[in-house]
Design a protein. Structure first.
Length: 289
């Protein structure tokens, strides 16, 4: 049923609740300083409250990685996961949750064990789904960043992605949209590689593949600031965090409206979304049938 276009809709994108990071960042101890996470719990509650107030309801709420701060095997990881789930389960039952894995969820250098651990807690590390004639792909970007300990899993995702793109071509979908944690680039396809983007050769290969497949946009997080750019008309959207901010942006969520012709998105602070909801211009787009 969801293969068919039924008119404009919208979804909510969030990133990096990263439960435990704010304390670790403040005390300058990123490895072991994540033993408190009350601030992140309050911010995630505000995000859930804002989503629950929205009318009409979003088609889904996607969290683009770094759900928690504790790396695989770290002391507070299980407690952070449980507390985050306890908050997220208050999301309106008509708004499905979509989880994307980040480096803190599967490790900077993931292994079969760390990915299995993530999958048991949150679901598959990569998968696809349809909503109203639009095809969505969730990717494990950590396999693009460093797959040295799980080359077979990287290869499996590559094969699967090619198969999925072939499916999308056959089904004549309106748009193809990708979610992943690490952005291919932050502002410019030719920028230098650092912690917050992918290495240039890997980036080029992925962007060219996605561009040729007709993908409209890649929505990401990881940077804890808003950023973005385009590659041959393919938009890379980098959304700031629900949790710890590393720049001048404020804790927030992105509203993404999908029309027959285009995607329109805007980043709202949690306060804005809670108090005012979505602005009329976007609501009018959603209402057009």
């Amino acid at each position: 049923d969801e293969y068919q276009w039924k008119g404009p809709f919208y979804f909510i994108q969030g990133a990096d609740p990263q439960v435990g990071m704010m304390k670790a960042w403040k005390c300058g101890n990123p490895k072991d300083g994540d033993d408190e996470w009350g601030e992140e719990m309050e911010l995630t509650k505000q995000a859930v409250q804002a989503i629950n107030k929205l009318n009409p309801k979003p088609k889904f709420f996607v969290l683009c990685g770094d759900l928690i701060h504790g790396m695989p095997g770290s002391q507070w990881r299980k407690n952070q996961e449980q507390d985050l789930k306890n908050v997220l389960k208050n999301t309106d039952q008509d708004v499905p949750l979509v989880f994307v894995c980040g480096n803190h969820d599967v490790g900077n250098t993931p292994t079969k064990e760390t990915i299995d651990g993530y999958s048991k807690s949150w679901g598959d590390d990569y998968f696809s789904f349809w909503v109203g004639g639009v095809f969505f792909l969730v990717l494990n970007s950590q396999l693009f960043f460093d797959s040295s300990q799980c080359l077979d899993l990287k290869q499996a995702q590559d094969v699967w992605l090619d198969e999925q793109l072939a499916v999308a071509r056959k089904q004549n979908c309106k748009h193809i949209i990708v979610f992943q944690h690490i952005p291919p680039f932050l502002r410019n396809p030719d920028e230098e590689h650092d912690y917050f983007n992918l290495e240039k050769p890997v980036r080029q290969e992925i962007m060219e593949k996605l561009h040729k497949a007709g993908i409209k946009a890649v929505f990401t997080g990881h940077y804890h600031r808003n950023a973005g750019g385009s590659y041959k008309g393919l938009e890379v959207v980098v959304s700031s965090a629900i949790g710890c901010q590393l720049g001048e942006d404020t804790h927030g969520l992105r509203v993404v409206v999908v029309t027959e012709e285009k995607l329109v998105h805007r980043y709202y602070t949690l306060k804005e979304l809670n108090s005012q909801g979505i602005e009329k211009e976007l609501l009018d787009m959603i209402a057009k049938q």
